[in-house]
Design a protein around this ligand. Structure first.
Ligand SMILES: Nc1ncnc2c1ncn2[C@@H]1O[C@H](COP(=O)(O)OP(=O)(O)O)[C@@H](O)[C@H]1O
Ligand SMILES: [Mg+2]
Length: 478
């Protein structure tokens, strides 16, 4: 698992899971509140509808009371002028803004009817005394439902009953069930009532054929559609969207964080790398110095007289090694070892590196210069030659550096007759820290490869276990 994936996974657990739990909690709470609010609203609507019906009944009662007063003062009615009395209810009904009106005598017989002039003396609707009732009333056009009140009065020692009301039609019901959540209808005694929010039961009289008997019906308020389910769906949609957005933000954040966090980590690795490189390069520079010094010590011990000659002979090696170390130090001081590319004579660098060693040089004549940093080239050669000498593992053998130029390319081949490499060894030879040596750093070849590639060159290896290896560096000629 990469660092990034691990970070993302950790982020998922640490951030997304609590977020999800929190979100689910909020969703449940919201759902609960929406439901509670909805039920509350519907309950209050039920109360409002009840109040509306009561108010309507009050209005009807007030109109009937006004009618009573007019009746009591009406001389023609008191005198029972036949034609006048028959037409009375029709005119009074329209004047009072009622949809139904019947004037009955003390026995319940019709004296005057708003809808039928000729109903005289038939038994009228048997509306109960007291509060409002639902009445199915006959008209010439068919039966219709009314919401009626009933009142009685005395005229000239005779008792009369007035029954009047308004039509319970779709307009009346729609006015009752305000808002889109609810609808109202009339449930007659035979109807079943399901999904009822509010049921207002009233006395009911079916007076279409005869006076009828008192039964019970109700005005039922019910949910017109499942608005609550729709609300819940809404909450779910929003919750889903919120979770998606949160996940996206978390992912982006984690991605951004992973680049932020992995950077210093990589930088730390790079510094460790650099430290090993410095160690490696310094050791490479010190090795010839140590050899020369041992040589001096040996000559001083065995043939002191030859010391000046030997000194003169090895002075160049010492100076070039010191110069190498100095340049290296200066280069590292700049920390990013910036190569300074300039025309460089490959043969000169090879000569310098092999001087005073057992390494043979086969330098091609008339070699073109390459555009490279002399120090870089030297580090490449030091490493390749060092590895070649190591490959001999103390046995007899040769290490040879050959240079040649052709087709705009300068070629440096470092060949040894050492142990060679197996295929798996070769596959890993250029990896950082891969080494088969007791004191090896495993960095030499990875440095070589990087330096050669930075110099726009290429690197090839030919090797055979037990036979030896050839490392070939090719650099573009100037
Ligand atoms: N000329 C060579 N002959 C045989 N093996 C070699 C040669 N050069 C490199 N190798 C193998 O590649 C490994 C890595 O080399 P290098 O990166 O220079 O690290 P080091 O020299 O510190 O081991 C060596 O340990 C060795 O096994
Ligand atoms: Mg090495």
């Amino acid at each position: 698992m990469t660092f990034r994936t691990r970070l993302l996974a950790a982020f998922g657990v640490v951030v997304l899971v609590p977020l999800l739990v929190f979100g689910l909690g909020i969703r449940r709470e919201m759902s609960r509140r929406v439901a509670a609010e909805y039920e509350g609203r519907i309950a209050s609507l039920g109360a409002v509808i009840r109040a509306d019906l009561d108010r309507e009944a009050g209005r009807i009662a007030a109109r009937l009371a006004a009618l009573q007063e007019a009746l009591a003062a009406d001389n023609r009615f008191r005198l029972q002028e036949r034609a006048y009395v028959l037409d009375y209810a029709g005119a009074a009904m329209r004047l009072a803004g009622l949809d139904f009106l019947q004037v009955q005598d003390g026995d319940g017989r019709i004296v005057s009817s708003g809808h039928f002039r000729n109903e005289y003396d038939r038994l009228g609707a048997a509306v109960p005394v007291g509060g409002p009732a639902l009445l199915r009333a006959p008209t010439a056009e068919g039966a219709f439902l009314t919401y009626v009140g009933r009142d009685s009065l005395m005229i000239g020692g005779r008792r009369f009953v007035v029954v009047g009301g308004v039509a319970v039609d779709s307009v009346f019901l729609a006015r009752l069930a305000r808002g889109p959540e609810l609808a109202a209808r009339v449930a007659l005694p035979a109807d079943s009532t399901a999904a009822v929010v509010e049921e207002i039961t009233l006395p009911y009289v079916d007076a279409v054929d005869g006076p009828g008997t008192i039964a019970r019906a109700s005005i039922v308020v019910y949910r017109s559609s499942d608005l609550l389910a729709a609300l819940r769906r809404n909450v779910n949609t929003w919750f889903g969207a919120a979770v998606l957005v949160a996940a996206l933000v978390a992912l982006l954040l984690a991605g951004w964080l992973s680049t932020r966090i992995s950077e210093p980590l990589e930088a730390r690795i790079a510094i460790g790398d650099l430290a090993r490189q410095v160690n490696h390069d310094v050791k490479n520079g010190l090795a010839p110095l140590r050899n020369v010094f041992r040589h001096f010590a040996q000559v001083a011990r065995e043939e002191p007289a030859k010391l000046p000659d030997v000194f003169a002979e090895r002075q160049g090696t010492v100076e070039s090694s010191i110069a190498y170390l100095e340049t290296l130090a200066a280069n590292y001081a700049r920390l990013s070892p910036q190569a300074e590319r300039k025309p460089t004579d490959v043969n000169a660098v090879v000569r310098d590196v092999v001087k005073g060693t057992a390494v043979q040089a086969e330098l091609g004549a008339g070699l073109p210069a390459v555009s490279a940093d002399g120090l870089v080239l030297r580090r490449v050669l030091e490493n390749l030659i060092g590895n070649a000498l190591d490959s001999l593992e103390g046995r007899a053998g040769t290490v040879r550096v050959a240079t040649s130029g052709a087709n705009g390319v300068v070629r440096i081949a470092v060949r040894d007759t050492g142990r060679g490499m197996t295929k798996p060894e070769l596959d890993k030879a250029f990896d950082d820290f891969f080494t088969t040596k007791a004191g090896g750093t495993g960095l030499g070849l990875s440095i070589v490869r990087r330096l050669v590639l930075d110099s726009k060159g290429s690197l090839k290896v030919e090797t055979e276990p037990g036979e030896g290896s050839t490392f070939i560096v090719e650099l573009p000629a100037l």
